[in-house]
Design a protein around this ligand. Structure first.
Ligand code: HDE
Length: 678
């Protein structure tokens, strides 16, 4: 946890309270003398109405729940800071993007979209990536996802999309899953979804960690500079550890073994001082180039290929503090894409326009009224003044007689600021048109970028997409829906639609295919950053191991940034042949290979059937999930038993140094999908 307090942290100090070591009181401050027995008429008699302590305690409990978010209910958040690398005044007058000496406090909430508040975190889904910048000009919210495009082009369709993906209304199933009839029926009948579905069926929808996924603002926004020159912009977050994913079988098993897998990973990384870092990137298009591309820059189902519009890296965000209280902070935080600062503005993207309405509206029911901006987590670090008054849960005590504009009694204050004084002025875009309910022709190509995405995938990523479609559609009972989806995705690629059709028992498409040959290497995770940092290595160990060698290897793995965890049959201490001792961190039952990044069989008693059986299980699961596997000493016997010693990503080099070198390389590569293709 970071020791230095930033402005937001200092502000939150006024609201923090520590109850430890204190007497219990009622909410009126009255000390109570008994907290286990209600007040009764006689030891065996009825409880009395006058027991104010009982009534207050129970009433508060009865009202502890608020409605969960209609989407993104399952989320986890942390505090941090944003540091600008270079002054962006040529693009924007936003103060926090103009001064490299400033750090801006941030609060970031990650989430899944479809599942309820208690649902498993490794479901196949997009992830929310919402950032609140507490700038000196007010809060700026970048409310993004880990997928750069969206299912629909117009906000009016959002309730339909969400109704289709949520559990079906007649039986309330399935939870946190798109693998059901109504979702795929919606997709087949709303073909603008093709591009995002490709992402949702790809490895991007099962990230290894919140720390290893990208973030995207999705919409095209505007940057406006001091001279009132505007440019189109797309925002990106690039994780310093690279973008990495789980595999589907593993993700499903993690849902059972540890439904808190992603929050646990974020929480413990921050507690251990391994602060998650993301670089902020911007893609900028000049206004005069608006129509120079083969997509409409206002269409939220399109990305701007990085090879055509490069991403400029402009700053870094570091998450360095866990919340003190999940309800007060993570649950009560209220994001809104309409929370902007001077220098950042909207465009006419019809999805964005609708979001500008929805987010305040939803907080009114979720947080119970119009004063949610006063909750500590939502307060800007700069002062706020206006004539809004009253309402449920008002905290501010506005003094004085005047609460209207214009006035003379308070010298016509509070009063609007001019642009020079920092007043927000909307960009004066010229707009004209008839009132129509329609969609622009330029929004009607739904498949080219879906094919671009497909073309950009490596062979193993394509295999995963075929498997994901086969799984999801395999769960769709209605045959007509299955057929419609195959026909739809035949427009993306026959190399995709044909094998899926075969897997799900419907006729292969006879027409379709795409002329698009373009690809964008930046879209493939196979080209992402490799790193050993914070990778969890399960060290399988038993009594009588080779003490000095194993200890040396464990220390070296640690200095490469990995987190080795000794796993054995029983908790306690293990003794080596040469008398060294090692503490056991987990037993074979308290952890599972699906929760690890790599497995290292460091040796043990192979005569012991239980040890051998567990070691076999750990190694075969890790192998199945393409994870790096290492073995030294008699641990190598386990590899031999599975005939895997020569497979990709399996390391059994003899000397400790060589072993660490090869094993570190294997861990940095994350997964070894060459195994899948042989
Ligand atoms: Fe959201 N979305 N959304 N969304 N969204 C909400 O607001 C909505 C969309 C996103 O951690 C809700 O406070 C509409 C795109 C995130 O608290 C709600 C449309 C993107 C979060 C809402 C969209 C997002 C939300 C529910 C279509 C990526 C969680 C609770 C026009 C750019 C924020 C809440 C958090 C949450 C509406 C589409 C991201 C109902 C109407 C596109 C990360 O207001």
């Amino acid at each position: 946890m970071s020791d230095r307090k930033n402005r937001k942290d200092e502000q939150l100090d006024q609201y923090r309270t520590d109850d430890s070591g204190k007497h219990t009181t009622t909410n009126q401050g009255l000390k109570i003398s008994e907290d286990e027995f209600s007040l009764k008429a006689g030891e065996r008699g009825p409880t009395l109405m006058e027991d104010f302590h009982f009534r207050e305690k129970m009433t508060h409990f009865d009202h502890e729940r608020i409605p969960e978010r209609i989407v993104h209910a399952r989320g986890f958040a942390a505090h941090g800071e944003f540091q600008l690398y270079e002054n962006l005044e040529k693009y924007t007058k936003a103060d926090f993007l103009n001064d490299t000496s400033k750090t801006t406090p941030v609060f970031v909430r990650f989430s899944t979209v479809a599942g309820s508040k208690g649902s498993p975190e490794t479901a196949r889904d997009a992830r929310g990536f919402a950032t609140k910048f507490y700038t000196e000009e007010g809060n700026y919210d970048l409310v993004g996802n880990n997928i750069p495009v969206f299912f629909i082009q117009d906000a009016i369709k959002f309730p339909d999309l969400i109704h289709a993906v949520k559990p079906e209304p007649h039986n309330g199933m399935p939870q946190a899953a798109s693998a059901h009839d109504t979702f795929w029926d919606f997709i087949a009948n709303n073909q603008e979804s093709a591009h995002m579905v490709m992402w949702a069926m790809s490895d991007r929808a099962i990230p290894r960690s919140f720390r290893m996924m990208e973030g995207f603002g999705v919409h095209t926004f505007r940057l406006v500079n001091e001279k009132n020159e505007a440019r189109f912009v797309k925002f990106h977050w690039k994780p310093v550890l690279g973008t990495h994913s789980l595999v589907w079988d593993e993700a499903q098993k993690i849902s059972g073994k540890d439904a808190d897998f992603h929050r646990g990973d974020l929480y413990s990384s921050i507690e251990n001082g391994d602060y998650p870092e993301y670089e902020l990137g911007i893609q900028v298009i000049k206004e005069e180039d608006e129509f120079k591309f083969d997509f409409d820059v206002l269409d939220p189902t399109k990305l701007w290929p990085e090879e055509e519009v490069p991403v400029e890296i402009v700053g870094k965000m570091t998450l360095n503090r866990n919340v003190d209280n999940v309800f007060a902070e993570t649950e009560q935080v209220a994001f809104h894409p309409g929370h902007v600062v001077p220098g950042i503005d909207f465009t006419n993207d019809p999805l964005l326009q609708g979001r500008l309405f929805s987010y305040t509206d939803t907080q009114l029911i979720r947080l119970g009224g119009p004063n949610f901006h006063e909750l500590p987590i939502n307060r800007p670090v700069c002062p706020f003044h206006n004539n809004q008054r009253d309402g449920y849960g008002r905290h501010t005590i506005n003094t004085g007689q005047v609460s209207y504009h214009k006035n003379s009694l308070s010298n016509n204050t509070p009063s609007p600021a001019s642009e020079e004084e920092g007043g927000y002025a909307h960009y004066q875009e010229k707009v004209e048109g008839r009132k129509v309910r329609a969609r622009s022709e330029s929004f009607k190509d739904h498949f080219s970028q879906a094919t671009l995405f497909w073309n950009s995938m490596s062979d193993h990523e394509k295999d995963h997409i075929i498997s994901a479609f086969s799984f999801e559609l395999g769960k769709v009972g209605n045959e007509s829906v299955r057929k419609q989806v195959i026909e739809m995705f035949a427009n993306v690629s026959l190399d995709l639609a044909k094998p899926v059709a075969e897997n799900i028992g419907v006729d292969a498409p006879t027409s379709g295919g795409s002329d698009v040959t373009k690809s964008s290497p930046a879209l493939s995770q196979a080209n992402s950053v490799q790193s050993t940092k914070t990778r969890h290595v399960g060290v399988l160990l038993d009594q009588g191991f080779d003490g000095s060698k194993v200890q040396k290897i464990i220390n070296s793995l640690q200095s490469e940034g990995m987190i080795p965890m000794v796993i054995s049959q029983k908790q306690g201490t293990l003794k080596s042949k040469d008398g060294e001792t090692v503490d056991v961190q987990h037993t074979f039952t308290t952890i599972d290979p699906v929760l690890l990044d790599a497995v290292y069989v460091a040796g043990g008693n192979m005569e012991d059937k239980a040890f051998k059986m567990n070691a076999n299980y750990y190694v075969s699961e890790a192998f199945k999930h393409f994870k790096p596997i290492g073995a030294t000493g008699n641990g190598v016997d386990v590899l031999k038993e599975h005939d895997m010693q020569h497979a990709a990503g399996v390391v059994s080099a003899d000397g400790a140094e060589q072993f660490v070198k090869e094993f570190s390389q294997a861990v940095a590569e994350h997964r070894h999908f060459e195994r899948q293709l042989v």
